[in-house]
Ligand binder design. Structure first.
Ligand code: UFG
Length: 344
């Protein structure tokens, strides 16, 4: 019998790619999503890609009774991958209580329901945002956690602490916290990808929408930082490589291979790329010219961060495999697909 995994936020950007990889690896997936930032037809696309339709429950993770009913409806769920969360940094500054409620209560509900339904493990979507501006690069999992720059970042830190404290108190669950760097790109089929509501806040959707002519110009936020070309540096990781890390982490939990009941891994490539380098790479990889301008710095931006992925490489046996050129081509193909479908 296939092992059952519950994926919250499974119609979202990283969630949908992870559902595909889980199904490809022989897991049975139940998606829970409130569709606040995704579309129901993502389930059709997942089925088209993998040949299997995941179960879908339109439930909000804040709804304790609703979530309880999902666990009861699908007995034997062995693991949860928890993506469902609000993730816009700027919005979190304007609506902190919304962010604290959504991101903290959802996790608390899951941690209460898991032992009740004998669910063994959880994988939590954390972020390199917990490191703030690291003193040493590449950043390892041992680097100190810096005071959060936004309520969003704070929810990631607090959620990690909630998981650790719950396990310390004797909860039988196992947890792996994956600290994502900057996920980009789309599935090679171009059937699923990132689809932000309204004007994109993140670099890649803004860039591909500009290349498509939906936006006039990409603003490069700052070219006077202390970096070789003056623009900020990030570790851009292909979303499918990131999705595969979740499958490996889930195998690790279910096979009892963890060294500790709560583990943390950086999920990045180990390679830092500046905004200007990324733009050049996009242009050369796709042959599409980009209209961009240098603009003032964006408040709250980290200057430079990239991962030391050695612990994940050695301990999980996982490695980011896809080049940034190939990754950017998938992001572009996704944008082209959205145009062909008349979505954007
Ligand atoms: N950038 C631009 N122009 C834009 C958008 C972004 O120059 O229009 C720059 C930013 O200044 C930054 C880089 O592109 O230097 C990446 O910016 P993103 O907004 O794509 O990503 P961030 O690194 O700021 O934030 C991301 C996620 C957050 C997460 C954070 C750290 O969006 O959810 O990584 O993990 F918290």
């Amino acid at each position: 019998m296939k092992k059952r995994i519950l994926v919250t936020g499974g119609t979202g950007y990283i969630g949908s790619h992870t559902v595909v990889e889980l199904q490809n690896s022989g897991y049975e997936v139940i998606i829970v999503d409130n569709l606040s930032n995704s579309r129901a037809d993502v389930v059709d696309s997942i089925e088209q890609i993998s040949g299997t339709r995941p179960a879908f429950e339109h439930v909000d993770c804040l709804d304790y009774a609703g979530m309880d009913a999902v666990f009861a409806k699908y007995p034997g769920i062995q693991g949860v991958i928890h993506f469902a969360a609000s993730k816009a940094v700027g919005e979190s500054v304007e609506k902190p209580l919304l962010y604290y409620r959504n991101n903290l209560v959802s996790l608390i509900n899951l941690l209460e329901l898991m032992p009740k339904h004998d669910v063994k493990g959880i994988i939590f979507s954390s972020s390199c945002t917990v490191y703030g501006q690291p003193d040493v690069l590449p950043v390892t999992e041992q680097a100190p956690i810096k005071a959060a720059e936004s309520p969003y970042g704070n929810t990631k830190q607090i959620n990690e602490e909630i998981i650790r404290d719950t396990i310390k108190s004797g909860s039988p669950i196992s947890a792996i916290m994956l600290r994502y760097f900057n996920p980009i790109g789309a599935h090679p089929s171009a059937l699923i990808g990132e689809l932000p509501n309204g004007v994109p806040q993140n670099l890649i959707p803004y860039l591909t929408q500009t290349a498509m002519g939906i936006r006039e110009k990409l603003s490069v936020f700052g070219d006077d930082y202390d970096t070789p070309d003056g623009s900020c540096i990030r570790d851009y990781i292909y979303v499918v490589d990131l999705a595969k890390a979740h499958v490996i982490a889930m195998n690790r939990i279910l096979e009892g291979k963890q060294k500790q009941q709560a583990e943390v891994f950086n999920v990045g490539t180990g390679r830092g790329l500046s905004v200007l380098e990324l733009i050049k790479t996009f242009e050369s990889a796709t042959g599409v010219k980009l209209n961009y301008q240098i603009a003032p710095r964006r408040a709250g931006d980290i200057v430079k961060v990239w991962a030391d992925p050695a612990y994940a490489n050695n301990e999980l046996g996982w490695k980011a495999e896809t080049s940034v050129e190939d990754t950017l081509r998938t992001a572009w193909q996704w944008q082209v697909h959205l145009r062909e479908k008349g979505i954007m």
